[in-house]
Design a binder for this molecule. Structure first.
Ligand code: ADP
Ligand code: GN1
Ligand code: MG
Length: 361
């Protein structure tokens, strides 16, 4: 722990670090610590996973560009720029990152008076998260996309994710493929589906926008007092992408009352009323911005992101759990199974999802 305090003290905090809490937030890629200084101020300290994010300096340039842009807009909307988005704390020598050997660290001020949720607890919460991500989309509608570095190329290119999956099956690095034959078949029978959104984008039927690309419920900070959304965090994958995928990734994670790694699949159900809350909130914020095709394809975005994420968990399971952090045996397989259960539910509810989207268009 003293090592973490030492790392923290390399940043321009108010006071000296006295206390840290590890594993803050439960993300699968970076390591997050909560740091408290002697005057009682709090900060978020993160060790960036540099095998996932290959160029952390360029990544931080993205974060600064996006947060400066949002701060300006939030200020003009009458909000508090310091609470409406992340604020990077520089190192004592004025850099965005602190490097120690192979390790790479960054810090944000802690936005006080906020809460986040690891799973969806009620409809109001999910509606508020939809407003957060819809508003985020609107805020960045005129952001100059060409200034952004692509922090993970082909991040939501489901076609290339499919090829990664097939390569993992072929290599079968840990001899696990035979035991997940049903899951492999689940993916293979949806190969044509996997191409739909990428093909539409390549044909020019869906526009590239600046999107968040990791729109999980736990990436929204809510005001503790009012319950309203305050800020969208976890900006590492803000890149050009598809609005339907931002919508879809939220549905994947939040349109169920079950956790992403629930092992009792009878508890993992797609909840149409949560889908409706999210649709209402999201379209209420950014519906006017979206094209007819984007609106029509929102349910496909939900199925695609859930399918893609399940396939990514399965791929990582086959590769020997080298990408997502795991906390128990078969963790990635458990995660894969929840996603595939949700995909099946959504396929059965496709007509209902279409009619809900139509209602709010
Ligand atoms: P991860 O990569 O682990 O998902 P996040 O950037 O999403 O990391 O941070 C993890 C958690 O920390 C978030 O879910 C949120 O609860 C909290 N968090 C992140 N940044 C802040 C901040 N600036 N102020 C308050 N809480 C934050
Ligand atoms: C990862 O870092 P975290 O936990 O917010 C992943 C997302 C997945 C998500 C699944 C950079 O997000 O793409 O959807 O896990 N992030 C990266 O929960 O791969
Ligand atoms: Mg996060």
């Amino acid at each position: 722990m003293s090592g973490i305090l030492e790392i923290a003290n390399n940043f321009q905090m108010n006071g000296a670090a006295v206390d840290t809490e590890k594993n803050y937030g439960g993300g699968h890629i970076n390591d997050t610590f909560l740091v408290r200084t002697d005057p009682g101020e709090r900060y978020i300290l993160q060790r960036i996973n540099t095998s996932v994010f290959k160029n952390a300096e360029a990544l931080m340039d993205n974060v600064i560009l996006v947060t400066d842009f949002i701060k300006d807009k939030v200020g003009r909307e009458g909000g508090d720029p310091k609470r409406g988005t992340l604020s990077v704390v520089k190192t004592r020598d004025g850099k965005n990152l602190y490097r120690k050997g192979e390790e790479c660290w960054r810090m944000y001020t802690f936005i006080e008076g906020t809460v986040t949720y690891q799973t969806c607890e009620n409809q109001e919460q999910f509606y508020a998260s939809a407003c957060a991500f819809g508003h985020f989309q609107k805020l960045l509608a005129d952001f100059p996309a060409e200034t952004l570095y692509e922090s993970i190329p082909n991040f939501h290119n489901t076609k290339s994710r499919y090829l990664d999956f097939e390569a993992a099956v072929k290599a079968d690095a840990c001899g696990r493929a035979a035991s997940v034959a049903a899951e492999i078949e689940f993916v293979r029978s949806r190969k044509a589906f996997a191409a739909t959104l990428v093909d539409m984008q390549e044909r020019g039927d869906l526009p590239l926008r600046v999107t968040h690309n990791d729109t999980k419920l736990n990436n929204v900070l809510f005001d503790r007092e009012t319950g309203k959304h305050l800020a969208v965090v976890d900006l590492d994958t803000v890149m050009p992408g598809l609005s339907v995928n931002d919508f879809g990734d939220s549905i994947r994670f939040g349109a169920t009352y079950a956790a992403e790694d629930e092992t009792d699949l009878s508890r993992v159900n797609f909840e149409p009323e949560l889908f409706e809350c999210y649709t209402k909130g999201f379209l209420g914020e950014c519906g006017l911005l979206l094209t007819e095709n984007e609106k029509k394809m929102l349910p496909v975005g939900a199925m695609m992101m859930t399918f893609e994420c399940g396939m990514r968990f399965l791929t990582d399971y086959l590769n020997g759990d080298v990408y997502f952090k795991i906390h128990r045996e078969n963790h990635n397989l458990d995660r894969c199974r929840t996603q595939f259960k949700l995909v099946s539910d959504m396929e059965a509810a496709r007509g209902l999802m279409d009619s809900i989207v139509e209602k709010y268009c």
